[in-house]
Write a protein that binds this ligand. Structure first.
Ligand code: ZN
Length: 266
């Protein structure tokens, strides 16, 4: 690759030698490394990566290209979900992932996407990013939202995606899935969080619960999707800071009005 090429990076590293890698499932590599998560990443002036992990972005604007990695994770989630055309889908969460997921779900077969989240400004944005319906969640009481969601889908949703990491939301997701439906656990809950789910409900209603963790081999497809212009990224980046603004970027993670903060120069 020529010096000066503008690229995005696949930040995953697989050992290639452990059992899962040799079985063709590198996402479950026993030595799985994700630059920026469990190894030094790109919050630095320079980062070292293999050339095989670089993707030429061509003329794609940087403020769009920077969303390649989050989009690739959402894409993996949609792959795992395995939606049928004409599905009625509910997404809990309207962060960057929720907003990107809503649009990918439409591409993957959702006839209708409902987004439920606590922040009104993000819900308004969700309407511009593929959502057909929006429902506001009260942070500590989901009862009212559950009633509104039942009105939208009286028989339940074909698929419910939990993209908040909240245990109570996962519990609601199970209730709101239609009989024979699927729940996708996409949000990052605490390692020791425990949800109350009735095994009888899973059994009698033949529910499927799936998990989606990180991504493998989705960067190229995510970049192509952004280059094709079929995903609206407007409004997702709410602030851009330099390296010395890293603390601000971390603080923004806890500010509901912020969606994605970019560290770097756009
Ligand atoms: Zn491995």
């Amino acid at each position: 690759m020529a010096l000066g090429t503008r690229v995005v990076v696949d930040n995953t590293i697989h050992c290639g030698e452990c059992g899962p890698c040799r079985d063709g499932r590198p996402l479950f590599c026993e030595q799985f490394v994700s630059l920026g998560c469990n190894a030094p990443g790109a919050f630095a002036e320079y980062v070292v990566v293999r050339t095989s992990k670089l993707y030429d972005i061509g003329s794609l604007p940087l403020d769009v290209a920077v969303l390649t990695e989050p989009l690739s994770c959402a894409m993996h989630g949609v792959d795992v979900l395995g939606l049928s055309p004409g599905s009625n889908v509910l997404v809990f969460g309207a962060g960057p992932t929720g907003l990107l997921l809503s649009q990918l779900l439409k591409m993957a077969g959702a006839a209708s996407v409902t987004v439920a989240a606590p922040t009104q400004s993000k819900l308004d944005l969700a309407l511009l990013h593929g959502a057909n319906n929006i429902v506001k969640l009260e942070r500590n009481d989901l009862a009212e939202a559950i009633d509104s969601l039942r009105e939208i889908a009286p028989e339940g949703f074909d698929a419910v995606i939990e993209a908040t990491g909240k245990v109570t939301v996962l519990e609601a997701a199970v209730q709101l899935a239609r009989t024979g439906g699927t729940i996708l656990v996409y949000g990052l809950a605490g390692e020791n969080d425990v949800a109350e789910i009735k095994p009888y409900e899973i059994f009698s209603r033949e529910l499927t619960i799936k998990g989606s963790f990180a991504q493998a081999f989705c960067i190229g497809r995510a970049l192509f999707t952004l280059q094709s212009g079929s995903i609206n990224t407007e409004g997702i980046i709410t602030q851009t800071v330099g390296l010395n603004g890293f603390a601000t970027a971390l603080k923004n993670l806890h500010d509901p009005e912020h969606i994605k903060t970019v560290v770097g120069q756009l």
